[in-house]
Ligand binder design. Structure first.
Ligand code: PEP
Length: 251
């Protein structure tokens, strides 16, 4: 039985004060030993405070990106060692905004996934097609290619620990959600690809989230699909009340 994982992706939002009041409300209201994992992926400057505030709670803290090297002359970058040292436990890798705006390639994504595992962080690897690719019937091939490159060189055991977020680019921040059937169809395909690459055990264990305009009103239906094991949520994760409803939907 796979445990659902609800991850909020704040992107470049909130002040320190807002982050603090959000996390206190969430921390105090998320069930301690729930059968759902809740993760808040926040901007770097808030991570230390958020980790401190969520000690002994059922909320984990994630970063939204990192460099793949441990240290060195990479001005402005943050390393996996630094994240782990702070107590961060998850990291989003290859979000479509990073791929599109910051030129992150499949090769870089693969290096980051390896670096995350090397340093005890759980990677949430994002994949997804553009509207043009969907309309040209290229979704499944594109997703297969992204997954294949992302997991290259990982052991089957590492793949078991991976979280994959299926995020159709046309549904991110647009208010346009993939229907639950569309989302589940691609998530089921992702599981088949994982099975082909890493075996049945890994395919059954790997958790596959859906992301793209998830909100409390559509979460129940999406999360009840057979191959959807959680959600990666941008806009609707910014308010504590809404994030808590999403966690509740994941139970
Ligand atoms: C995201 O940031 O990964 C995302 C899915 O955003 P939104 O929920 O706002 O579409």
């Amino acid at each position: 039985m796979r445990k659902q994982v609800i991850a909020g992706n704040w992107k470049m939002n909130k002040t320190h004060t807002e982050a603090e009041s959000f996390i206190r409300e969430v921390r105090n209201n998320v069930p301690f030993k729930g059968d759902v994992e809740s993760v808040v992926c926040a901007p770097f400057p808030f991570l230390q405070k958020l980790v401190e505030e969520t000690m002994d709670s059922n909320v984990e803290i994630g970063a939204q990106n990192m460099h793949f090297e441990e240290k060195g002359a990479f001005t402005g970058e943050v390393s996996p060692v630094m994240l782990r040292d702070l107590g961060v436990t998850y990291v989003v890798i290859g979000h479509s905004e990073r791929r599109d705006i910051f030129g992150e390639t499949d090769e870089i994504v693969n290096k980051k996934v390896h670096a995350a595992f090397d340093h005890g962080l759980t990677p949430i690897v994002c994949v997804g097609e553009s509207l043009e690719q969907r309309e040209a019937d290229e979704t499944m091939n594109h997703i297969e290619s992204q997954i294949t490159k992302a997991v290259e060189g990982l052991t089957d055991e590492q793949v078991t620990q991976l979280i994959i977020a299926y995020e159709p680019i046309w549904a991110i921040g647009t208010g346009r959600t993939a229907s639950s059937e569309q989302a589940n169809e691609v998530c089921a395909h992702i599981r088949k690809v994982v099975e082909k690459l890493s075996g049945t055990e890994a395919a059954e264990a790997v958790r596959i989230q859906y992301g793209g305009s998830v909100k409390p009103a559509n979460a129940d239906e999406l999360l009840s699909q057979s191959d959807i094991d959680g959600a990666l949520v941008g806009g609707a994760s910014l308010e504590a009340d809404s994030f808590l409803k999403l966690v509740e939907a994941g139970k």
